[in-house]
Structure formats: structure tokens, C-alpha cells
Design a protein around this ligand. Structure first.
Ligand SMILES: *[C@@H]1O[C@H](CO)[C@@H](O)[C@H](O)[C@H]1NC(C)=O
Length: 555
């Protein structure tokens, strides 16, 4: 309405001026002026009724079924007519196929020795639907709500470019099977279209059909007749096959429905053959580059920000900062702090963010990471200590030279034990009730050129990552107390993760004899490990509802 009004005003103004000038030069013709005003008034009213700039409404509800989609999913037939003998099942291979029916199963305990669980960690299973729904006052409505939300999620994330598409055998049609992209509302030439059939046929004809765009030709070829130019369905016909093929080289597609991330399924057909291919409708992602200055050697200050979250452990934090400064005197340190009585943490290149009391672990991580302006962010806990083995250059190097988005290091405990905490994560389809989440110790494979590094899905609390990537995944702020793997579950499918055992940070003493604990330590432990039932409930809810798992198994 606002824009309509302003454009109205600008339409009106020249006429006013015209009127005044006329009045000045021809005083007697004021009637003419009145008529002109009336006319323009009428014109404006008419404009109001008939010219609505936003009248072209576009349905942007999630779109799953187009007539074309029904056609092309229907054509994947079975070509084994006439062969009725059932095949012999190969159990060993067939059992590896996804069944969409995962079950929640723990390892059986085969033998029991005092340390057997440490040496051969058993798989335990946690029934999330049971755990979460059991204590819920209205489990059926939760189930229904989750199903509705999931449906909605699937509809919204549906992209026609992901649908299975099988090319027919012996089709005379040549077309691009993937890689055609048009920016929203723009025009492209469709590459690779051709017809290969007997030249002796009397007439050669092909048709093109789209849903979200129209066809045209960028150049006209003689002896080819075209129907439906500028429409969603265009037919090309020629007595000469070579002319038709020449014409097909300049066929254009124009996207007419604005939807910045979808695809149009194009039907390309002759009278007897049909083929389908997607045209992606997308903006290309704009890059987010970091200007870290020209570097001969990695300049950690320019490339990395160290982020941490502190709670009740200012003495530990001070030790951490002092140890960082020994090796990296100018690197920026971002600290998220949700203490009840925050104390100042000052010094050069320190950013101290005070949060509401007890906001929690992931909220703090989120805040700290959101403030990072360098290409990489290094996550550390507030009770870590940098040593000569904490070589951040090594982490930068692997991130720069591989496709990894995040790389974990190792944490040396006071006992001398060094942990890398590598896990693999996988999700198995489970149908209507939800999927199964499986977490196992271990990694996927070693990395060429980096002998101490492997690829995994989850790593330790000491990691360096591309800042943009971590910001995209984010840390669920509902996870207030103990949480770690939850971030990596959210990152599954988004981040390429590695782990290197040769970048080592030390862990300040964790195992403290109870009688030597200070009051602050006691308070910290009380807060961190207290209210474990609410904590467990939150985890169950996040896994059951947000991630739609019914089961979790882990080691
Ligand atoms: C490293 O980067 C920092 C921050 O951008 C800059 O002040 C410093 O001069 C750089 N050091 C070298 C050796 O280039």
C-alpha cells in the first residue's frame, strides 16, 4: 500500500504543474483545468482498482507434486517381464541394506572382569521414546506434534533436483542429466539438447514442458516451426533433422516463479519417448572470505581467535590466559562468562562477555563463537593449559591444506594419559517412530600427508574450526550443563571433521581429593553435576523431538 501511494503521488504531480501553467497562460480556460483534474481523478480511481502491483500472487507453499513429477516417477517400470523365478537372497549383502526399521539393541555382556568395560567398551542402548514419553502427561499429542513438524520439515526441504530419475534405454533424446543451473528469474540456454533418429522420417518433432519457467529460442532457424514460444510448453517441428537440432542448440529456459532454492523438472519428449532432467533454480552462494593479510608463515594472531566459557573458575582461567600468552602474546581471547558475581578479566587482546547468571555451557559457546572475526576459532575449556606442544600452526596447516572444516587435538591429563576422544556417528532409518542414533569410539580413516591425523565425526573439547562453519551449526543453548556430542550430532552432514594427536593441550588437575577441595570447587561441581534429572530430560527431549530419534546406542 505504501509503495502504491507513493507511486500515485508521482503520477499526479506533473498534471498539477501542467494545470498551474495552463492557468497562468490561459486564465479563461479554467473549465478545461477542472475537466483535466476530474479526468485524472477518475484515472487514479481506475488505477486503484485495476492496477495492483502485487496482484501477481505466487504460491510459495511447499510444492511436492507436479503433474510432471507424477509422470516421471511413474515411468520407472520393471523391465523383467517374463522372468518369474525368484532370485537367491544373499543374506550377507542384503542385511547391509537400509531396512527403515532400526532397533534399539545393546551389546550382551559376554564376560565380566574388573576392567573389561574399559578395555572393550560395551555398546549401551537408550530407548528415547520410552524415556521421554513415559513421564509425559500427554504422549500421544507429543508424538502427533513431532510427526506434524517432521512432515513440515520434509516438505520445506524437498527439492525436485534430489528425486530419483532413471533414463530410458534406447531413447533418441539427448539432454543434460545434471549441472544445469539458472539463477532465480533469469534466462539460460539449455545445453546439450538434441534428437538422434532416422533422418528419413517425414517430420521430426520434440516438445519441452516445464512447471516453474518458460521456453523460447535465442535464435531462429529456418525450416523449423515452433509452437508455445514464451510458454511452459513448447513444441518444435521440422522436416529436416539437422535444422531441428540446430534449433535445439538455442533453446532457452526462463525461470518465472521466484523461489531461490529449488529445481524445475523438465520433460523433453518425442511422440514415443519421454525424458526428464532437472534445472536447478539457485543463487550461487556468496562466499564469506576473511582478509587475514598476506602471510609467508601462518600468523596465528591474524588467523585464529581463542574462545572459551568460564564459570566459577577464575583461577583456572587466569592460568589458561597466562599459558596462552607465553606462546601467543597477541592472539585474541574471547571469554563468555555466566557467573553470578562476575569478576573483571582484563588484559590486552581479551574480550570478556558477561552473560545472565547460569545461562549455561552451550549458550556460552554460542556467544563466544558469535563474536569471532578471524577465519578460525579455537575452542578451549577454561581449565586447559597451553604448553610447547600446543602448536596451533599445525591445526591451521591441516585446515588450510585439506577439506576439513574442524580439527580436534589431544588433551593431556595430569596422570599423563592423552585423550583424543574420537567418535563416529551414524543415523539408521527407523520409520514412523523415529531414527536410531549410533555413536561409537573410533574414526573413519587416516589422512594422507598428516600421519597423526584421522577423519572422525566427533572430537574432543579442544578443536580449531572454520569460524563460519561452526557459526552455521551453532550450539543449542538449551544444553546448559553437560553436553558435547550434541554439537557434533547437529554438525553431522555439515562439517568435515578431523583429529590430530600431535597438537596437545594440558588439562589442569581434574581429579582432586575431596578433602582438599575449595568452596568454589565444591560450588562448581554442585552446579555442574546437580539437577541431573532435569538435565537428562532436556537431553531426551532434544534427541527425541528435535532430532527425531527413537533410540540412541553408544559406547
Ligand atoms: C600478524 O597479524 C597481526 C594482526 O593482523 C599483525 O598486527 C601482525 O603485524 C602480524 N605479524 C606479522 C609477523 O605479520
Amino acid at each position: 500500500m505504501q509503495s502504491w501511494l507513493s507511486s500515485n503521488v508521482s503520477v499526479h504531480r506533473p498534471k498539477e504543474r501542467l494545470c498551474r501553467r495552463e492557468a497562468a497562460t490561459m486564465r479563461n480556460s479554467s473549465r478545461k483545468c477542472v475537466r483535466l483534474a476530474l479526468l485524472s481523478g477518475f484515472f487514479l480511481v481506475a488505477l486503484f482498482y485495476f492496477w495492483k502491483p502485487s496482484s501477481k500472487e505466487v504460491d510459495i507453499s511447499p510444492r511436492q507434486d507436479t503433474p510432471i513429477k507424477k509422470l516421471f516417477t511413474g515411468k520407472i517400470g520393471d523391465s523383467t517381464n517374463g522372468y518369474d523365478i525368484p532370485p537367491h537372497m544373499k543374506e550377507e549383502v542384503a542385511s547391509r541394506l537400509a531396512q527403515n526399521a532400526c532397533i534399539c539393541q545393546a551389546d550382551k555382556e559376554t564376560f565380566h572382569l574388573p576392567l573389561s568395560n574399559l578395555l572393550f567398551p560395551r555398546v549401551w542402548a537408550h530407548n528415547l521414546d520410552q524415556a521421554f514419553l513415559e513421564f509425559h502427561p500427554d504422549p500421544d499429542s507429543v508424538k502427533q506434534h513431532r510427526a506434524d513438524e517432521y512432515n513440515n520439515f520434509q516438505e520445506r526441504s524437498y527439492n525436485p533436483a534430489d528425486v530419483l530419475n532413471v533414463a530410458e534405454a534406447n531413447s533418441p533424446l539427448q539432454y543434460p542429466t545434471q549441472g544445469v543451473l539458472v539463477r532465480p528469474l533469469k534466462t539460460i540456454i539449455i545445453p546439450g539438447l538434441a534428437l538422434k533418429e532416422e533422418e528419413t522420417k517425414l517430420d521430426h518433432m520434440v516438445s519441452l514442458t516445464a512447471t516453474l519457467g518458460t521456453f523460447d529460442v535465442a535464435a531462429k532457424v529456418d525450416m523449423v516451426s515452433i509452437q508455445g514460444v514464451g510458454e511452459k510448453n513448447m513444441v518444435l517441428l521440422s522436416p529436416l533433422l539437422s535444422a531441428l537440432n540446430k534449433q535445439l542448440q538455442s533453446v532457452t529456459y526462463t525461470n518465472i516463479v521466484f523461489h531461490p532454492k529449488t529445481a524445475d523438472t523438465i520433460q523433453f519428449a518425442t511422440k514415443d519417448h519421454q525424458s526428464f532432467f532437472p534445472i536447478k533454480i539457485e543463487h550461487r552462494n556468496n562466499p564469506k572470505l576473511y582478509n587475514s593479510g598476506y602471510q609467508k608463515e601462518y600468523n596465528i594472531t591474524a588467523l585464529v581467535t581463542i574462545a572459551t566459557k568460564t564459570f566459577l573458575r577464575y583461577d583456572k582461567l587466569k592460568d589458561l590466559i597466562d599459558s596462552i600468552r607465553k606462546y601467543y602474546p597477541t592472539v585474541t581471547i574471547v571469554i563468555a562468562d555466566d557467573n553470578e558475581h562476575p569478576q573483571p578479566v582484563t588484559g590486552p587482546h581479551i574480550e570478556h562477555y558477561i552473560m545472565p547468571f547460569g545461562k549455561g555451557w552451550f549458550a556460552g559457546r554460542n556467544l563466544a563463537v558469535s563474536q569471532v572475526t578471524t577465519k578460525y576459532v579455537l575452542w578451549v575449556d577454561d581449565d586447559f593449559i597451553f604448553t610447547a606442544n600446543t602448536k596451533l600452526e599445525k591445526m591451521v596447516d591441516i585446515l588450510e591444506k585439506t577439506t576439513l572444516d574442524l580439527v580436534g587435538g589431544a588433551v593431556r591429563e595430569v596422570t599423563g594419559y592423552t585423550a583424543t576422544y574420537r567418535h563416529t556417528i551414524s543415523v539408521e532409518d527407523g520409520g514412523k517412530e523415529g531414527d536410531c542414533l549410533h555413536i561409537r569410539l573410533g574414526y573413519h580413516h587416516a589422512i594422507k600427508g598428516f600421519p597423526n591425523c584421522v577423519v572422525a565425526d566427533a572430537v574432543i573439547n579442544f578443536f580449531m574450526a572454520q569460524t563460519v562453519k561452526v557459526q552455521q551449526v551453532g550450539f543449542d543453548p538449551r544444553l546448559a550443563r553437560q553436553a558435547h556430542l550434541e554439537f557434533f550430532i547437529d554438525a553431522l552432514g555439515h562439517l568435515h571433521i578431523g583429529s590430530c594427536s600431535d597438537v596437545i593441550v594440558s588439562h589442569a588437575s581434574k581429579i582432586i581429593l575431596p578433602w582438599s577441595k575449595t568452596d568454589v570447587q565444591k560450588a562448581y561441581e554442585k552446579f555442574r553435576y546437580s539437577s541431573s534429572t532435569t538435565n537428562a530430560k532436556t537431553h531426551d527431549e532434544i534427541f527425541y523431538f528435535k532430532n527425531r530419534f527413537k533410540c540412541m546406542t553408544s559406547q
